[in-house]
Ligand binder design. Structure first.
Ligand code: PLP
Length: 488
């Protein structure tokens, strides 16, 4: 029945629709803060090492009913950026494996957020999806994967690893998506130096952490392939289904590289999925002298690579490359009524939401591209070689100090070393080194982290920061020797 009342349209509500002038105002204020950070970065302490309660008290999260002006907004953010942050981009930041954050990558992130494309569905983001797919094809071909290979951008190596291992599981057991493992025993293989996310992935895909056979390493911390073969044979004999072998390029502790060509042969012979976790070391693909370390990676079924690590793309930006991207689709695609579309009539392309667990996805591909294209691959080539040279310099300085001991010769630019002193037990040496690491951090000049080699505590410097120079290597050695001598 027709309404007897006039139908009145609601008045527009434009509160959230900040006009371009206001966008410029807030954008310029943000730009001022960013460039101030870049100007002051070298003089700020890498970390202030404040306890959590002090930091919590110092950071404000005011949210008022009436909103804030662009200037007020940036004023609230200012102390967070200049007073309460740890700076992975500081030249003295040598901890973990974290890049410095490129300038073009940060600018690209603003555009990506401004565009707000949803790269989960092609119809929502045709150009953006094709851009990401093209970048992934380009990266895959640099790793030596064949025509047809591709992949997607993920939030991190952890996500890439679980995505890959789920695809491997689903390829091994075609009905597992519907029925689960249903008690069928499966196994994954990775070295004892592999990243914890492999265990996490096995847990999350229902196989359990115990399904990961942690294969012992040789004296230079590379997976022992003879033991890998033994483990696979033992599993087969016991009725366990071998699903995937993970080779690591750039182990998280000492930065070593598993023997990929031999692992690839085993996987081909045994018909097991070959996943390479090159989250850190994959950047070697941009370095002529380091490229040989990646030999064998071209045989991988899937590759994890984190441009937010050694390529310094602003967090987060990782990728998962696949020899056959359709294997990802087989593992993740869902026919949902609300995303149904006729491909024939609309001629849409691929939905990247079908490549992984994520449905809505942002445009992180842009900052990866902007970092590589803005700097150019030659600049990366030079800087990666420089990082290796700095690591060798640091290792030489460590060898030269009678109170310091080098862990292993660096393969990638990670240097593990410790303070040694006559008369201390192994536990006392561990304790001394841990306290020295904390004391170095407290001084705020350089910021190392730690690793275990042979079960013992080592200080660890990862040189993946394009602002780090020999000065920081010297500062680290000087602080370690001085503080090591000063602590009882
Ligand atoms: C070898 C390796 N794989 C995976 C990861 C996890 O990557 P993300 O922190 O990007 O999730 C790391 C992190 O350090 C790593 O070193």
């Amino acid at each position: 029945m027709m309404s007897t009342h006039p139908i009145v349209p609601p008045e527009p509500v434009r509160d959230l629709d900040w006009e371009p002038e206001r966008a410029r105002e807030v954008g310029e204020a943000a730009l001022d803060l960013w460039t101030e950070l870049l100007e002051r970065l070298r003089d700020l302490p890498v970390s202030r090492m404040q306890p959590a309660d002090e930091v919590a008290a110092a950071v404000e999260v005011p949210i008022r009913p009436e909103g804030m002006s662009p200037a007020e907004l940036i004023e609230v953010i200012r102390p967070l950026v200049l007073e309460q942050a740890v700076y992975p981009g500081h030249p003295g930041f040598l901890a973990y494996i974290s890049g410095a954050g490129t300038v073009p990558g940060a600018a690209a992130d603003l555009i990506a957020a401004g565009l707000n494309a949803n790269a989960g569905g092609w119809s929502l983001s045709g150009g953006v999806t094709e851009f990401e797919l093209a970048l992934m094809r380009w990266l895959a071909s640099r790793f030596g994967l064949p025509e047809g290979a591709g992949g997607l951008v993920t939030p991190g190596g952890a996500t890439s690893n679980i995505t890959a291992l789920k695809a491997a599981r689903d390829a091994a057991l075609p009905d597992v998506r519907a029925n689960g493992l249903a008690g069928r025993p499966v196994a994954f293989y990775a070295s004892t130096e592999s990243h914890a996310t492999i265990l996490e992935a096995a847990d999350m895909i229902g196989a359990g952490e115990a399904s990961v056979r942690l294969i012992a390493t040789d004296d230079v911390l590379r997976m022992r392939v003879d033991l890998l073969e033994e483990a696979i044979a033992a599993d087969r004999a016991a009725g366990v289904i071998p699903v995937a072998v993970v080779g690591t390029v750039g182990t998280t502790g000492p930065g070593t590289v598993d023997p990929l060509p031999v692992i690839a042969d085993v996987c081909a012979r045994e018909r097991i999925w070959f996943h390479v976790d090159a989250a850190y070391g994959g950047a070697a693909v941009f370095s002529t002298p380091l490229r040989p370390l990646l030999a064998g990676i071209e045989h991988a079924d899937t590759i994890t690579f984190d441009p937010h690590k050694w390529l310094s793309v602003p967090l987060t930006a990782a990728v998962l490359l696949a020899r056959e991207p359709d294997r990802l689709v087989s593992a993740f695609d869902h026919e949902a009524a609300y995303t149904r579309e006729s491909r024939e009539r609309t001629r849409i392309g691929e939905n990247l939401g079908s490549y992984s667990q994520a449905w809505s996805r942002g445009f992180s591909a842009l900052k990866i591209w902007a970092s590589l294209a803005g700097h150019g691959t030659d600049a990366y080539e030079r800087r990666l070689a420089h990082d290796v040279a700095l690591a060798r310099y640091l290792a030489a300085r460590v060898r030269d100090e009678p109170t310091l001991e080098l862990g292993i010769d660096p393969v990638l630019p990670i240097v593990c070393f410790r303070i040694v002193r006559d008369g201390l037990t192994a536990e006392q040496t561990d304790d001394l080194n841990e306290r020295v690491m904390e004391a170095i951090r407290r001084e705020g000049k350089v910021f190392p982290s730690n690793a275990e080699i042979g079960g013992r505590y080592f200080l660890r410097a990862c040189i993946s920061n394009f602002r780090t120079e020999a000065e920081e290597m010297d500062a680290l050695v000087e602080a370690a020797v001085r503080l090591g001598a000063g602590l009882s």
